[in-house]
Design a protein around this ligand. Structure first.
Ligand SMILES: [Fe+2]
Length: 148
């Protein structure tokens, strides 16, 4: 069974961002499965780097959409992104520094992030974006071009 199952509860109702979130859930599940194995340090470092890189892109993606559509919640939402990125980077750096408690701290952090941020803040953004774009044909979605 996956660590986090994608469900409609996680959907913010805006497909372009839901697609990013599905990818994040896959990445977090992959990290969960890796932590369950032995001798994982190098693989885990690689997965964390991918997650940080993708998360950074994804947050800028959401911020770009909020900017394009004039979401009034953008300053608070952006601040939440910055806080989450900072916490994730700190965990990553601790792990690089040899702190073996990080894997155990990482999974609850990622799960809370996905459940609280997506279901709370992102869902509100999804409603706003849906309102703003209703009746318009979706312009070309902004897509990840990274290599993961
Ligand atoms: Fe967000």
């Amino acid at each position: 069974m996956a660590f986090i199952d994608w469900s409609e509860d996680l959907s913010i109702g805006f497909k372009e961002v839901d697609n990013d979130h599905r990818k994040l859930v896959d990445m977090v599940n992959n990290i969960h499965d890796t932590i369950g194995q032995e001798l994982v340090t190098d693989i885990l470092i690689e997965l964390l780097e991918e997650l940080l890189s993708y998360t950074s892109w994804h947050f800028r993606h959401e911020e770009r959409l909020m900017q394009i559509h004039g979401d009034p919640e953008m300053p608070n939402h952006k601040q939440e992104h910055e806080d989450l990125e900072q916490q994730a980077t700190e965990l990553y750096e601790k792990f690089l520094g040899g702190d073996n408690n990080v894997p155990a701290m990482l999974l609850p952090f990622l799960k809370t992030w996905l459940s609280d941020h997506i279901v709370g803040t992102d869902k509100k953004m999804g409603q706003f974006l849906t309102q703003q774009t209703e009746g318009t044909t979706n312009s070309t979605p902004i897509q990840w071009t990274g290599d993961s």
